[in-house]
Design a protein around this ligand. Structure first.
Ligand code: PAF
Length: 279
């Protein structure tokens, strides 16, 4: 596995791969890799000849009072995991290399980004879209693998790729969960042991929603009330808990078309998200 730390060198390498007829698979990450990320790398290997993983804690997608400085970083461990999982290239740029002095161009998706995490983290998806557009221009992949855990990010980036004609296919990978159902996330590290036990409430509330839906319930308010009741038994505070149309991400009151139920819950040191599609 080759480690590359400048956009110029990565572009040069990507051109060589393309010239030799190799398909490039790409997994963008912010590091602190867990089994969820490794599953994305494995999927990328199925679709491509050469797999590039990027590790970049993107300052532009963190708000002023968010966890940019505290975000867990462990390059040596991440490098070992990428190597063992079969990545071919690890792109590990510095913020200075990614955002040159005077950087003044930003990309905003203006519909799907305005709700859910976009509403509670203003500017977040502008940072995500900008960095992912840059990474796509640098890595030039045929295929990019993203996790369904970040459901809104997946939909916003699909829209960006569609609306700006990026020549890349996006593959969505299922959320990987701990044995008790908690979705894997680098931010689970922030939980105290007691909160870690309580954090299973996110997946439990989604299970509750799925069970009600399977039993024929189609009223969004009734499903949300049952989900809220699961969270409210814990110390977690609901940031948002919504049922939205899976295409438009607008709130629905009756579940007639595929719907996304998504929630964010704050514990003392961690804000966790999870989601499920009801169809
Ligand atoms: O999902 C993430 O880890 C990040 O949002 C991404 C896609 C790597 C962009 O910084």
């Amino acid at each position: 596995m080759k480690i590359i730390d400048t956009p110029e060198e990565m572009q040069k390498q990507a051109r060589l791969l393309i010239q030799s007829g190799e398909d490039i698979g790409f997994v963008p990450t912010m590091g602190c890799l867990h089994e969820g990320h490794l599953s994305l790398i494995r999927i990328a290997k199925e679709y491509a000849d050469a797999v590039v993983v990027s590790i970049f804690v993107n300052p532009a997608q963190f708000g002023p009072n968010e966890d940019l400085d505290a975000y867990p970083r462990d390059f040596e461990r991440d490098e070992k995991l990428c190597r063992e999982t079969g990545a071919d290239f690890l792109f590990y740029p510095t913020p200075q290399n990614m955002y040159l002095d005077g950087h003044s161009l930003w990309l905003s998706e203006e519909s799907l980004s305005t709700v859910l995490c976009g509403a509670s983290r203003p500017g977040h998806f502008r940072g995500v879209c900008t960095v992912v557009a840059k990474l796509l221009n640098i890595v030039m992949p045929d295929v990019m693998v993203l996790g369904e855990k970040d459901a809104q990010q997946l939909r916003v980036l699909r829209r960006m790729v569609r609306d700006l004609n990026f020549p890349v296919k996006i593959i969505a990978a299922p959320t990987v969960r701990e044995a008790d159902g908690l979705a894997m996330s680098s931010r689970n590290k922030y939980l105290t042991p007691a909160e870690r036990k309580e954090a299973v409430c996110l997946s439990r509330s989604l299970e509750k929603a799925k069970a009600l839906f399977a039993a024929g319930e189609r009223d969004a308010e009734r499903i949300k009330a049952a989900m809220r009741a699961v969270i409210e038994k814990t110390s977690g505070r609901i940031d948002y808990l919504e049922i939205v149309d899976d295409e438009t991400l607008q709130c629905v009151s009756k579940l007639e078309n595929p719907a996304l139920t998504a929630l964010a819950v704050k514990f003392s040191g961690a804000r966790l998200i999870d989601n499920a599609v009801l169809r």
